[in-house]
Design a protein. Structure first.
Length: 343
């Protein structure tokens, strides 16, 4: 009998929004709680770490961890660099995410945690700390990261419970943001449109358009409108519109245009893309080519593709016309022959 595992992943974050947006901390009925112990150089009115520092400054920040349950737990504590995920949102929870080539000082490179795991007895509280070492060189913009806290799984317990037919697991995690600045100068974002390529995402054909924020500042409230045309055509082949996207400082992500369950076809195409926020707007027109190899590779992975039988209809139509012409020719030839014989 097949084992069925229903996994419910519940992730509670400290949400971070800058540039006038609201800030909120999610409350959970989880096994543990976290609380940022805010220092004196903390910006007022926010619940995440927003620190004004100077080159070569060293500072230790602290987080209070409390076990709210009746069993002993171990919490994994990780300091991550903020990146932009493939959904187009700032992500503070990915320790192995690839950073952008324009990112000079990844948050995870300038910090050191007191410990990677904290074990708590029932109702016990402990302090976890993180040392920050600011770069020697003066820095414009912001360095952004997140402190990710999640309960460590008990491997032996997992093996035992996995024998059941259905196992529902609730995993609670928290993220507290950390924003580091040296100057009050406002850095304007700059977006670049890079590679365009066909791909398969969640077993669906898409065209991915890489967007890159090359500056050390957040992009928030971004709207994107991408239109794709066949080369030489003015008719929109595919279009994707999304709003309220965000990008981490010095990061990139692949904005995807869904191919609507159709096969990708080799050929030349053109993208017209507009990205805008409340203060900025970027526009691009770029040509790209889908090779036969890339199209076949994506089509093999994609599920539920609607087959295009146009070529069969065209071929069938040509054959039908040819058959009608041939039949008319032979009938006419036969009629003329009979007329000649009757004379």
């Amino acid at each position: 009998m097949k084992k069925i595992f229903a996994i419910v992943f519940v992730c509670f974050f400290t949400f971070i929004f800058f540039h006038g947006q609201t800030v909120a901390a999610a409350k959970a009925e989880g096994k543990f709680s976290v609380k940022a112990i805010l220092p004196e150089n903390q910006a007022s009115g926010v619940t995440y770490f927003d620190l004004q520092m100077a080159p070569e400054d060293k500072q230790t920040i602290k987080v209070e961890l409390m076990n709210q349950g009746k069993e002993q737990i171990t919490i994994k504590c990780v300091a991550n660099t903020a990146v932009t995920n493939e959904m187009g949102y700032v992500d503070y929870s990915s320790p192995k995410a690839k950073t952008d080539k324009t990112l000079k000082y990844p948050f995870s490179d300038i910090v050191k945690a007191s410990e990677s795991e904290v074990t708590l007895k029932p109702n016990e509280t402990k302090i976890w700390s993180l040392d920050i070492n600011m770069p020697a060189e003066s820095y414009d913009g912001i360095i952004l990261g997140g402190l990710h806290f999640q309960e460590k799984k008990d491997e032996e317990k997992e093996k035992d419970t996995s024998k059941k037919e259905v196992q529902i697991k609730n995993e609670y995690a928290y993220v507290i943001g950390v924003k580091l600045t040296e100057k009050t100068t406002v850095v304007k974002p700059n977006l670049e449109l890079n590679e365009i390529k066909p791909a398969s995402r969640n077993y669906r054909n898409v065209v991915e358009i890489n967007l890159q924020n090359t500056k050390a500042t957040l992009v928030s409230g971004m709207a994107v409108d991408a239109k794709i045309y066949k080369d030489g055509s003015k008719k929109v082949l595919r279009e994707s519109k999304r709003t309220d996207l965000s990008m981490a400082p010095n990061s990139n992500f692949n904005y995807s245009v869904d191919w609507e369950n159709q096969e990708l076809k080799p050929g030349k195409y053109k993208v017209e893309l507009v990205a805008k926020t409340a203060d900025d707007k970027w526009e691009w027109v770029k040509e790209f080519t889908i090779s036969e190899e890339d199209a076949n590779k994506a089509n093999k992975v994609a599920l539920g593709l609607e087959k295009d039988y146009t070529w069969m209809y065209v071929t069938g139509g040509i054959l039908l016309v040819f058959l009608v012409i041939a039949t008319a020719y032979f009938i006419g030839k036969r009629a003329r022959k009979k007329d000649e014989e009757s004379q």
